[in-house]
Write a protein that binds this ligand. Structure first.
Ligand SMILES: [Mg+2]
Length: 285
């Protein structure tokens, strides 16, 4: 397509619907990752999931046969913690979330509490919220009061719907909507479709947007985030987007991905092509 492709392309790869469904690896996921490793292509798994730690995600992927190291995973919780570390000076944080967010804050040396009683007694600089399946009225009240007193409001990811065994369960964005309704403040959103998580990813791999391609199955999250962060984008039809839903989207939107691939083998071939071009260039020098 119109954009030229960098010869040192970095990959930001979505997980759910792109690498796996539930506990089942998607065809070609293992081979794609093996090849990226062999060819020395830098990549990160970029996920809106805020509840799991990168260790847990890497272990789950290992069980599915996809090679993943802890340092290959960037969750919306880690991106939120990095954002807080970089934008607030020694903040005290009220955390509404699960293990993934707790560990991410601790790893960034950020002081935090998840106790609404502490929030009543101490000054809170930032309220950060992810999916919290122990969410209560007390937490909602404490968050709202802290934000009304001037604390920043940050949500890890805007997903309002979470596919689960029971059907569609409430996501982090659903809780964020309650906090916004109570506090009157729209939160800063870190995860896809916002660009912030991709900006953290770019920083982590030390590359420019032109050197990065966002690979994912969701036009409204992965591809949007990639476009907003000015990265290249590749839609894979392995998850939520079908051929026919993409066809109708294409007629109604200008935010189109740079590439559309039916499967992960085609993603692998894109990187193989870049590698072969690099080899040719080197041979000509
Ligand atoms: Mg996905």
């Amino acid at each position: 397509m119109s954009k030229t492709i960098s010869n040192k392309l970095h990959a930001f790869i979505d997980l759910d619907g792109t690498m796996f469904h539930g506990s089942q690896a998607i065809d070609g996921a293992d081979h794609l990752i093996e090849c990226l490793q062999e060819w020395g292509v830098p990549y990160l798994f970029v996920t809106n999931n805020s509840t799991r730690t990168p260790q847990q995600i890497a272990a789950l992927m290992g069980e599915m046969g996809i090679q993943a190291r802890t340092e290959d995973v960037l969750t919306s919780a880690q991106a939120a913690a990095a954002y807080i570390r970089d934008h607030y000076k020694d903040p005290f944080v009220f955390m509404i979330g699960e293990e993934g967010l707790q560990q991410a804050l601790t790893d960034c040396n950020i002081r935090w509490t998840n106790d609404p009683v502490v929030v009543e007694q101490k000054h809170i600089d930032v309220v950060v919220q992810g999916l919290d399946r122990q969410f209560t009225y007390s937490k909602l009240e404490a968050a709202s009061i802290a934000i009304r007193k001037g604390a920043a409001s940050i949500v890890t990811n805007p997903d309002v719907q979470l596919p689960s065994d029971k059907g569609i369960s409430p996501g982090a964005g659903t809780i964020a909507a309650a906090i916004q309704a109570a506090s009157g403040v729209k939160p800063i959103c870190i995860g896809k479709p916002e660009a912030i998580i991709m900006e953290v990813a770019l920083k982590q791999l030390d590359c420019t947007p032109a050197e990065a391609i966002v690979v994912g199955d969701n036009l409204l999250t992965d591809i949007q985030a990639g476009i907003r962060a000015k990265c290249l984008t590749a839609l894979v039809l392995t998850g939520v987007t079908s051929k026919s839903s993409y066809a109708s989207y294409r007629e109604n939107s200008n935010d189109l991905p740079d590439y559309v691939f039916d499967n992960l083998e085609q993603v692998r071939q894109l990187f193989e092509q870049i590698r072969e071009n690099n080899d040719t260039e080197r041979a000509l020098e």
